[in-house]
Design a protein around this ligand. Sequence first.
Ligand code: ATP
Ligand code: MG
Length: 438
Amino acid sequence: MNEFSQISKNFSSSEGKDLKLKALNGFKDILPGETELWRQVEDRARDVFARFNFAEIRLPILEKTELFARSIGETTDIVEKEMYTFIDKQITLRPEATASLLRAYIEHGLYVQKPVQRLFTVGPMFRHERPQQGRLRQFHQMDAEVLGSANPRVDAELMTMGSMLLAELGLNVSLELNSLGCPACRPAFRESLLSFLGSRQDALCEDCKRRSVTNPLRVLDCKNPNCRAIVADAPSIQEHLCPECATHFQAVQDGLDQLGIVYSLNKFMVRGLDYYCRTTFEFITADLGSQSAVCAGGRYDGLVEQLGGPKAPGIGFAMGMERLVLLLLQKEQKIEPPAEIDIFIAGLGGDASRLAFSLMQGLRKAGARVTMDLDARSLKSQMKQADKAGARHVLMIGEEELAKKAGMLRNMATQEQREIPFGDEGLRMLLEATAAGR
Ligand code: ATP
Ligand code: MG
């Protein structure tokens, strides 16, 4: 007996009777009602991305583990402890989209087709973290990346796109900006940070004691209040930028100013992925506790090359959809009801129900949204169902209607009723009523 049949045997055995199958911790169903809100968020994003000339790319959910280790960085939280990896196969459920997108960009030579590629992708990501509100193990991101340009205006434009989308969703967020410098200026900053941390080791939290050796920049964004108080006086990366990075950083700010995007500088924001250089940014909300970042991103100029591709600088952001939806729910944003039904056909009895079944198909083929009760319950029950479905019309077919060869169409808003003959003429009248109601 294999493992699976053992599990299912246990489940169906008597002691397993009370055992309810539930989704895994941190994995969530998105139910009808809420899916409408998700679609509104995604539709709005697609609309804004299109205005900024981004094209969609769809990527696999599984990748070689090596891709993430090489791009995100061996000593990051994600790679050290958050990845879902099938150890025997050396493959990993993607924890983020940038690495996969770059892999596809290189694999398909997308840089040959266009000097600058603007791409977006939407989908689930997987990280083994402690689930809480706004933090799941399967979560969803809308990810946008620009590859092939180091122009600081691209940075400003990308942040503007994020800002516009969040504003059009009606969300109140603030933009925080930093520059992490480049391989030319970061080592000197790292040294000065290390010597600052060196004398304060004892006061740091355990994680930061370890980080000050493996990844000292991460100490700057530790959430521990003690560590925060200590690093408040730490040297600022913004004051250690080489002339090229300083010019770039200034030009990014000029671009944002020109486009009217408000931001504040945050020298503590270092981001949890190794591949960032120069511009990093986060859109922050005050309404989700410690899950305050709704969108985060930055520049990663050496990464394409590091993954075996051409010299192509890049910048991108990822927006967390769960957090956007939570914010919209908090605002009691009116959720659009699901697509309304044009006609509910209430067939009473076997013959009427049979007729209704083919009429429904004719109407659906012609583009109408139609439903019926296939079990042909009582008229009262069917009227209730029509109401629940938000049906604009109910077409009643009972014995009398069968004899007359005409159904009775009721407009649910006005309660007006009129006869609709069976056959092509009736179908035309029904479609007319449908179109008029929309
Ligand atoms: P955090 O600091 O909240 O852990 P992060 O820096 O790990 O975020 P990124 O890797 O930059 O997050 O991902 C971009 C965005 O994706 C985040 O700003 C957030 O909105 C969302 N996100 C990240 N991890 C999760 C998660 N486990 N559940 C839900 N959303 C998430
Ligand atoms: Mg995280």
